[in-house]
Design a protein around this ligand. Structure first.
Ligand SMILES: [Zn+2]
Length: 386
C-alpha cells in the first residue's frame, strides 16, 4: 500500500517540474521582449532630443540583442541620407561595418550604404575606395555603376571607361553610349591641347562604341574648321546631319566662317537650310535667318522665313517676320508693327534653344549631360513651334 502511494507522487513531481520550467521559460521570454522595446524607445527618445550619437548607440545596442533590428538601422541610415543628414547616416553605417558579428551579406549591404553616404557627401575618394571593396560581393554590379558616376563627377574619364566595361561584363547591359561620351570628353581635351593624334584615337573609339554618336563628328568638324580643312569639315558635317541634324545649330557660326573663307558663303546658307528641313527647330530657323540676312540680304531672308513659317508655324519666329517687315514701312506703321512684335514676343517668351527630353530642363545652351537629371545625350534642340 505504501509502495503504491510513493509512485503516485512521481507524475505529480513531473508536473510540478514542467510547470516550473515553463514559468522560467515564459519569464525569460517576457524579460527579453520587454528589454528590446525599451532599447528601441530609448533610441527614439535620443533621436527626438537630437542626441544623435546616443540614439545611434542605442540602435546599435538593439541590433546586438536582436539581429532583426539590423534592418531598422539600415532603414534609419538611408532615411538620414535622404534627409541630407549625412553625418548620422555615416555614423550608423560605419558602426555596422565595424561590427565583427555581422553576417557577410549584411556587412556588404552596410558597406554599400556607407559608400553611398560618402558619395552623397562629395567625399569621392572615400566613396570610390568603399565601392571598390565591394568587388566580388552581391552588390558589385550596382557598386560599379555608382563608381562610374563618381568617376564622371571627378572627370576621371579613363577610369570611368574601365568602370563601364566592368558593368558590361557583370550585368551584360550595353554601356557603349556612355563609353562613347567619355571618349568624346577625352577627344575634346586633346583638341584643346592641340594633340590631333590622341583626339582622332578617341573619336574612333567613340564611334566604335556608338556608331550614332553625333558628338564625335561635331568635334571632328571643330578640328577641321580650326585647320581650315574643308573636305574633312564637309564629311564631318554630313555625319552630323546623318546622326542628329538638329545639332547643326551648334556649329552654325563655324559653317559660315568655313564657307565664307572658301568663297562660297551661299553654300553655308544651303547647309543650314537643309539641316533645318531635316529637323525644324526654333534655334535652327533663327540661325538660318541670321545667315541669310548676312549673305543673301533682307528680301531673301524674309522670303525664307515666310516659307519656313508656312510649313511649321511658330509664334515666336513670327515676331521676327514682323520686325523684318517693319523696316520697309513708313515710320508710324513701322512703330505699330514693332509694338505688336514686342507684345507677341512677350506672350511667347520661353527660354529658347534646348531642353531635356527626359526631365524637361530648359537651357539656352546645349549640354551633353543634363544638369537636371544627369542623363547623357538627353538634350534636344527645341522643335519649331514649341
Ligand atoms: Zn534632364
Amino acid at each position: 500500500m505504501e509502495f503504491e502511494a510513493w509512485w503516485l507522487l512521481i507524475p505529480l513531481g513531473c508536473f510540478a517540474l514542467g510547470w516550473f520550467a515553463a514559468r522560467v521559460d515564459i519569464r525569460y521570454v517576457l524579460r527579453d521582449a520587454r528589454a528590446l522595446p525599451s532599447a528601441y524607445f530609448r533610441g527614439l527618445n535620443f533621436l527626438l532630443r537630437e542626441q544623435h550619437d546616443r540614439a545611434v548607440e542605442s540602435f546599435v545596442d538593439v541590433s546586438r540583442r536582436d539581429p532583426h533590428a539590423l534592418d531598422l538601422q539600415l532603414a534609419l541610415g538611408s532615411l538620414f541620407r535622404r534627409q541630407g543628414r549625412l553625418g548620422e547616416a555615416t555614423g550608423i553605417h560605419q558602426g555596422l561595418v565595424d561590427r565583427h558579428d555581422l553576417a557577410k551579406e549584411k556587412r556588404e549591404l552596410a558597406l554599400f550604404e556607407l559608400a553611398q553616404d560618402f558619395h552623397a557627401a562629395g567625399l569621392f575618394d572615400r566613396a570610390e575606395a568603399v565601392y571598390e571593396q565591394l568587388t566580388g560581393s552581391a552588390y558589385e554590379a550596382e557598386a560599379v555603376t555608382r563608381l562610374a558616376s563618381v568617376l564622371e563627377q571627378e572627370k576621371a574619364w579613363d577610369r570611368a571607361i574601365a568602370a563601364r566595361e566592368r558593368i558590361q561584363r557583370l550585368s551584360g547591359e550595353p554601356q557603349g553610349r556612355y563609353i562613347a561620351q567619355y571618349h568624346c570628353e577625352l577627344a575634346e581635351l586633346a583638341l584643346a591641347a592641340g594633340d590631333r593624334a590622341t583626339m582622332q584615337r578617341h573619336l574612333d573609339a567613340a564611334i566604335e562604341n556608338n556608331r550614332n554618336v553625333a558628338r564625335a563628328p561635331l568635334i571632328a568638324f571643330a578640328a577641321a574648321a580650326k585647320d581650315g580643312d574643308k573636305p574633312a569639315a564637309d564629311s564631318a558635317l554630313a555625319e552630323v546631319r546623318r546622326t542628329r541634324p538638329e545639332l547643326t545649330v551648334l556649329i552654325a557660326a563655324d559653317i559660315l566662317t568655313l564657307y565664307e573663307r572658301d568663297g562660297n558663303a551661299a553654300g553655308a546658307v544651303e547647309q543650314l537650310a537643309a539641316a533645318q528641313h531635316e529637323a525644324p527647330t526654333a534655334l535652327g530657323l533663327s540661325r538660318l535667318i541670321d545667315a541669310s540676312l548676312k549673305i543673301e540680304g533682307r528680301e531673301r531672308a524674309v522670303a525664307r522665313l515666310r516659307r519656313e513659317l508656312s510649313v511649321q508655324p511658330s509664334a515666336r519666329e513670327a515676331t521676327r517676320l514682323l520686325e523684318l517687315e517693319s523696316a520697309r514701312l513708313e515710320p508710324a506703321a513701322a512703330q505699330t508693327l514693332a509694338e505688336v512684335a514686342q507684345l507677341l514676343h512677350r506672350a511667347t517668351d520661353k527660354t529658347p534653344g534646348f531642353h531635356c527630353g527626359r526631365c524637361g530642363f530648359r537651357a539656352p545652351r546645349y549640354y551633353w549631360k543634363c544638369p537636371g537629371c544627369n542623363e547623357w545625350e538627353s538634350f534636344r534642340a527645341t522643335p519649331l513651334g514649341q
